[in-house]
Design a protein around this ligand. Structure first.
Ligand code: NDP
Length: 301
């Protein structure tokens, strides 16, 4: 990587941020596209978010990804687009003359994985575990894909009910239901849905984390959490039930592609970068036939 006085700076803020894979693939995208820029991690404490945004802007930084725990706080500090406003969180910002503009690409990452798996979810019911920030992004994607009903299962009832209110306010056309945090209720729902999504952070801890429930049925299981070897707690539970399953690596990569596009108007080829990343992590290739239709790096809109 060579730098000059003209090298542009992009990055990610979060706390912690050292585990993030975004610098790995964003720098790869930059190199592949021949753009004179770098992408760096910035660990920012919650109490410093506003100052950090001002400082990064003043220093001429061009674009930033925002990760846990800052996505909601940053929304209030930027000119956010309609998708980010619906979700209530921002994960990508870019500079403009007077400050930052923001969007949310997490929902696009999830949607692109559904398309990559060639899953048609329109008119179906989906079971979703979790009611936090990523659940809102997944819900937005499911609503945009015209899912008929989302059944939501979350450990704490307070957050579950707040989430149900949010869903009713923002997506009145979507049916939402609660599923008790109990094996019997989970099994009954699992058995009838074609798609189950985990958006809880269970499995983030790596070894020793187990799915709180046995899974069943013949649907697909998608986990937002990723593990180096792909075997997260929910992926393992899905495989024990004989279900097709995928961890959050393709979603993470797809949201990164979408962020890159937001900044540079260039769309890296998802499948090429995914295969590069999988080889780097030493894991099996994910089955995403919808991404196999290979395009060369091209300029969008
Ligand atoms: P939040 O903190 O907003 O929400 C966390 C959710 O996990 C809550 O529903 C919480 O339930 C639940 N939870 C946490 N610990 C447990 C536990 N031990 N048992 C049961 N439930 C638990 O986090 P986010 O929604 O932002 O992120 C969740 C996960 O999604 C993270 O691991 C993150 O890495 C991943 N993610 C992946 C992305 C990708 O591109 N692949 C994009 C965004 C996120 P409760 O209300 O009961 O506390």
């Amino acid at each position: 990587m060579s730098m000059s006085g003209n090298t542009k700076v992009f990055g990610i803020i979060g706390n912690p941020v050292s585990h993030s894979l975004s610098p790995v693939f964003q720098n790869y995208f930059l190199e592949q596209a021949g753009i004179d820029a770098i992408y760096a991690p910035f660990c920012v404490r919650e109490c410093d978010v506003v100052r950090a945004l001002g400082g990064l802007w003043a220093a001429g930084v061009e674009g930033i990804n925002v990760t846990v725990p800052h996505k909601e706080a940053v929304l209030g500090q930027v000119e956010a687009d309609a998708d980010a406003m619906c979700i209530g969180a921002v994960n990508t910002i870019k500079r403009h003359a007077a400050g930052w503009r923001g969007t949310n690409t997490d929902w696009r990452g999830f949607r692109d994985v559904l398309h990559g798996m060639k899953m048609e979810v329109s008119g179906t019911e989906v079971l979703m575990f979790g009611a936090g920030g990523s659940a809102r992004a997944v819900l937005h994607a499911l609503a945009r894909e015209r899912v008929r009903k989302v059944s939501i299962c979350n450990r704490s009832e307070g957050r579950l009910h707040a989430f149900i209110r949010h869903a009713g306010d923002v997506y009145p056309e979507l049916a939402v239901a609660t599923v008790a945090w109990k094996q019997a209720a989970v099994s009954a729902t699992c058995d009838r849905v074609a798609l189950t999504v985990n958006t809880t952070s269970i499995g983030l801890g790596g070894k020793g984390d187990h799915s709180p429930f046995r899974l069943s049925g013949d649907g697909v299981v998608l986990d937002a959490v990723y593990a180096q070897n792909g075997h997260t707690a929910f992926v393992c539970a899905a495989e024990q039930a004989g279900c097709k399953a995928m961890d959050g690596l393709p979603m993470l990569l797809a949201q990164g592609v979408s962020s890159f596009c937001y900044w540079h108007r260039i769309e890296p080829t998802r499948i090429t970068v995914l295969r590069w990343l999988e080889a780097r992590l030493g894991r099996e290739p994910a089955d995403l036939p919808g991404w196999e239709k290979v395009y060369e790096v091209h300029t969008t809109g």
